[in-house]
Design a protein around this ligand. Structure first.
Ligand SMILES: [Zn+2]
Length: 290
């Protein structure tokens, strides 16, 4: 009986938090707000000429956000900007955008969204390198820095607030996701270096995890570089994946959330990329075969 009562309270606790904690909206700086739906974030920017939003996230999240914008008299949505092609960030475009909304994506993201028949609003405008979107006195500078995660994954610099928003390929306050599915590690490193060198920003908002500063991005970059080098060195020394997972600790990054849970997964992801992308399995000069 005690077990039953315990189970019941666990279930009610879960459903309670699922309903109350799933959505959140918070001001980041000036006219820039962060929208949270579960583990996902997007941003919206209120201007004199409508609201600019990034990812709709999902049909349910998009419906919630549109209702919120309507209640706060923040419609119309002038622009909706897709961060990349992945369904778990850009679904729900039809629920969030109005007929007046201009939908923008990188051309590779737009191509993939059309090809895979992803159920969302198709982009109206695409770009290859950079595209600035202006509404009132607000400007969102979109830029592509090459492959990193998914297709056509871009950065947003929102001015004059000085807020940088990136989804998936920069994460602050937490380790990158599990075994880095679909990630181009070199691309993550080079794209992060590019935004650090190109953009003057005060606040960073990730598509997952925390809001941070330039120092948090530098810490994240240092983690990626240390992880990548440690796995490479271990593989050149002939270590197996299990040996790498047991010997690489990177304790200077133990402040990051999910350090205990995901470090071995991150090591596996980098190991796999050195096989798949760098062909360590074809290296005739190494004693060990991968
Ligand atoms: Zn994501």
């Amino acid at each position: 009986m005690k077990v039953m009562v315990f189970l019941f309270s666990l279930i009610s606790l879960f459903s309670f938090s699922a309903h109350t904690a799933e959505y959140a909206i918070e001001q980041v700086k000036g006219n820039v707000y962060r929208f949270t739906a579960g583990n996902y974030h997007s941003v919206f920017v209120t201007t004199e000429q409508g609201t600019i939003i990034t990812d709709p996230i999902s049909p349910d999240a998009a419906t919630y956000l549109r209702q919120y914008l309507s209640e706060k008299k923040l419609l119309p949505v002038s622009y909706m900007l897709y961060s990349h092609n992945h369904t778990d960030h850009v679904s729900g475009g039809e629920q969030l955008a109005g007929t007046e909304t201009v939908v923008v994506a990188h051309q590779q993201a737009a191509w993939d969204i059309a090809f895979t028949r992803l159920p969302t609003r198709q982009p109206d405008i695409t770009f290859n390198d950079e595209l600035n979107v202006t509404a009132g006195s607000t400007q969102v500078q979109q830029a592509y820095h090459g492959e990193n995660n998914g297709k056509g994954s871009v950065s947003y610099l929102i001015q004059p607030a000085g807020v940088l928003h990136v989804v998936d390929w920069i994460v602050v306050g937490r380790l990158p996701y599990k075994d880095l599915p679909g990630y181009d590690i070199q691309g993550m490193i080079s794209s992060t270096k590019a935004v650090l060198s190109r953009f003057d920003f005060e606040i960073f908002v990730g598509g997952h995890a925390d809001i941070g500063t330039r120092a948090d991005l530098e810490h994240y970059l240092a983690y990626l570089e240390a992880l990548y080098s440690a796995v490479r060195d271990g593989m050149l020394a002939g270590k197996t994946l299990t040996e790498l997972q047991q010997s690489i600790t990177l304790e200077q990054f133990s402040d990051l959330k999910m350090y205990n849970e995901w470090l071995t997964d991150n090591i596996k992801g980098v190991y796999q990329s050195l096989v798949d992308d760098s062909y360590f399995n074809f290296r005739a000069d190494l004693d060990k075969t991968y």
